[in-house]
Design a protein around this ligand. Structure first.
Ligand SMILES: O=CC(=O)O
Length: 326
């Protein structure tokens, strides 16, 4: 339970890039006392130690600062971790669980933007938008004539891997394109009527496109392996807005180079920012530098959510985006 001391603003530790904080500062600095790691002359570990006993909340951007067991050890009073991220693969969940640290993430805000990107990548691969753009700019429309035809989107069977916040938003958007939605998830979702496949390979065999929206965990690492890719088949397309390591990247590259799958739209990679060079020469592949959830507008909403979570925590109300059963 949050301790209440009405005489002092509540202290919140920040491990954030500056641009995330700017939006928060204008709204919330009169309500909370923000302790900014980047403003301190101390190295990060010492900065955390110096506020260890007084800080119950840490607001962080795990993509830049992973939340490790070691870091958590420096903060014995920590009760709540708020992440400016949808994914929690850079948070040591076992250590948080062992310590009883609650987690609130930014999934409800990021889901729509991530889904837009997934749909954008899908449309781009199917209708060859980026490739056509290059064709026109390079003068080939004049020198070579008509561009090769793309594929119809309507009616395609879309296998969504992970029907959480992001997956549901992808489904909603692609229903409007007259696609047929199927899915794989840890458990069947009674709230939807889309066909459920407990086996991802079977999902791939029944899909024209696989869209990866799930979290990276020990169970999902390399879940999309050669067998799944071959089940997707020569006419199949893969889109990934989850995490690179959910797909066995070497096998995927091989399948793309050898035409064993038709195309790919990828926002995430196994060893970012390194991208397999083989992909650069493939016109049936669209690449994006892990930006699915980030837009120029998202920081307003994401910091509003962080602030609402802080207010809820310090007034002992339910958090707005708590990650339950992690
Ligand atoms: O990839 C981005 C996120 O997890 O927020």
């Amino acid at each position: 339970m949050a301790q209440d001391n009405p005489t002092q603003p509540h202290q919140v530790l920040l491990l954030l890039p500056n641009h995330c904080f700017t939006a928060l500062e204008s709204k919330a600095s009169h309500k909370f006392h923000f302790l900014k790691a980047w403003d301190s002359p101390l190295p990060q570990a010492q900065f955390l130690k110096s506020h260890a006993t007084s800080s119950q909340v840490l607001l962080s951007f795990p993509k830049e600062t992973p939340i490790t067991a070691q870091l958590l050890q420096l903060l014995p009073s920590l009760k709540l971790l708020i992440t400016i991220s949808a994914g929690l693969d850079r948070v040591d969940l076992a250590a948080c669980r062992a310590r009883g640290v609650r987690i609130a993430n930014s999934s409800p805000i990021f889901a729509g933007d991530a889904a837009d990107m997934a749909v954008g990548l899908f449309l781009d691969v199917m209708r060859k938008i980026s490739a056509a753009n290059r064709y026109v700019r390079d003068g080939f429309w004049v020198s070579r004539g008509d561009f090769v035809l793309g594929s119809k989107v309507g009616g395609k069977r879309v296998g969504i891997v992970g029907l959480g916040h992001i997956g549901l938003q992808v489904a909603k958007r692609l229903e409007a394109f007259d696609c047929k939605i199927l899915y794989n998830s840890r458990k069947e979702k009674p709230s939807v009527s889309y066909p459920f496949y407990s086996d991802v390979c079977e999902l791939a065999a029944n899909s024209d496109v696989l869209i990866i929206c799930c979290a990276l965990t020990a169970q999902t690492r390399h879940m999309i392996n050669k067998k799944v890719l071959l089940a997707l088949g020569r006419e199949g397309v893969i889109v990934n807005v989850g995490r690179g390591a959910i797909i066995d990247e070497k096998e995927m590259v091989q399948c793309l180079v050898q035409g064993e799958i038709k195309g790919a739209g990828l926002d995430v990679f196994e060893n970012e920012p390194q991208v397999p060079k083989e992909l650069f020469g493939l016109d049936n592949v669209v690449l994006s530098p892990h930006k699915a959830v980030l837009t120029a507008d998202c920081f307003t909403d994401v910091t509003d959510l962080a602030m609402a979570n802080l207010e809820a925590f310090f007034s002992n109300k339910p958090l707005l985006s708590e990650v339950v059963n992690y």
